[in-house]
Ligand binder design. Structure first.
Ligand SMILES: [Zn+2]
Length: 322
């Protein structure tokens, strides 16, 4: 399988290993003025470099919150450090998907792995934040989008920010596990604040890095941690302007199912990258003897796997929200 262009490469994160909260690769800055606690989390998946660059941008520039608390974390540095430019898709994780193990079943369970140890080390960091931006990227070269449970607190933030304009809403969470943004209090209906995933585009694109840096700034600005540029609207002002007529053309999709690959014979009916639309009953993929068919008209797929691996996610089926 041909490899995509690699426009960005990992950088040495050892200068940021020693944090200031007793957990490696976690840095926290507290303003004199009280305010919300925002967590910017990068590298939940080891080869998703855009979040790493956005987090480094904050640390390199010495950004400090004017109100509240800013925590910056690099999650799966072990997987990140395994990156090999000849096999760029293999450093997503060492053993477990770090974005599916944020449940008591895994965190309090008997198994051990790099990812379980890291999640156990980081669980208080995640629980303590009011708002979380968890920055990811996609294997396929597609438009950026948000992913979040459909709590009003998440919708409000994602709709208020200028980009991205595509939203994947999970009404019932992920059937394949518990993501970081649903850990502990963040998974509850009355959670403390917004907790959203940002998918910035293809892993190795410079444009994905640029988007991650820009949205990180927007997110921090929305919660008042950093100052807006002269002439820029605050998040709340923008929210009001959107609800009173709107400027952006948001497109939202509702997650229906996540197909976890069961056999080595999993394959799509044709090459898919994401956002392809299927009619009700249309065949999307086969997995051994199982047929994966569209459950509805206008079924739109997200995150088709690039290389099927048994036990990992093959494709998300969604439908457009009106
Ligand atoms: Zn990811």
């Amino acid at each position: 399988m041909t490899l995509p262009p690699i426009e960005v490469l990992p950088r040495d994160l050892s200068p940021y290993r020693a944090g200031n909260v007793g957990v490696d690769y976690v840095h926290r800055f507290v303003a004199d003025q009280p305010g919300p606690h925002v967590l910017i989390n990068a590298l939940t998946h080891g080869n998703e470099f855009c979040g790493m660059f956005a987090a480094c941008d904050l640390l390199d520039r010495g950004i400090r919150p004017r109100t509240g608390t800013l925590t910056v974390s690099f999650a799966n540095v072990a997987a990140y450090e395994s990156f090999d430019v000849e096999r760029p898709f293999e450093s997503r994780q060492i053993t477990h998907n770090l974005n599916r193990i944020w449940s008591a079943q895994w965190l309090d369970g008997p198994e051990e792995s790099v990812e379980l140890r890291r999640a156990r080390d980081m669980r208080e960091i995640v629980a303590e934040a009011d708002h979380i931006l968890d920055i990811h990227s996609t294997a396929q070269d597609v438009a950026p989008f948000w992913v979040y449970p459909g709590h009003p607190r998440n919708v409000a933030v994602a709709r208020a920010l200028p980009k991205p304009l595509i939203h994947l809403v999970m009404p019932d969470g992920m059937s394949s596990g518990t993501p970081l943004i649903e850990y502990g209090p963040h998974g509850r209906a009355n959670g403390p604040g917004a907790a959203v995933v940002l998918e910035c585009g293809q892993h190795f694109r410079r444009a994905s890095v640029d988007l991650a840096i820009a949205v990180t700034q927007d997110f921090l600005r929305y919660f008042g941690l950093i100052q807006r540029e002269p002439g820029q609207e605050s998040g709340q002002e923008r929210e009001q302007s959107l609800s009173s007529g709107g400027q952006g053309e948001h497109r939202a999709f509702e997650m229906l199912t996540t197909h976890v690959i069961k056999t080595a014979e999993f394959s799509f009916v044709r090459p898919l990258v994401g956002f392809e639309v299927f009619a009700k009953g249309e065949l999307i993929a086969v997995d051994g003897s199982e047929e994966i068919r569209s459950p509805c008209d206008d079924c739109t797929i997200f995150m088709p796997t690039r290389l099927p691996i048994v036990g990992r996610e093959g494709v998300y089926l969604t439908r457009p929200l009106i």
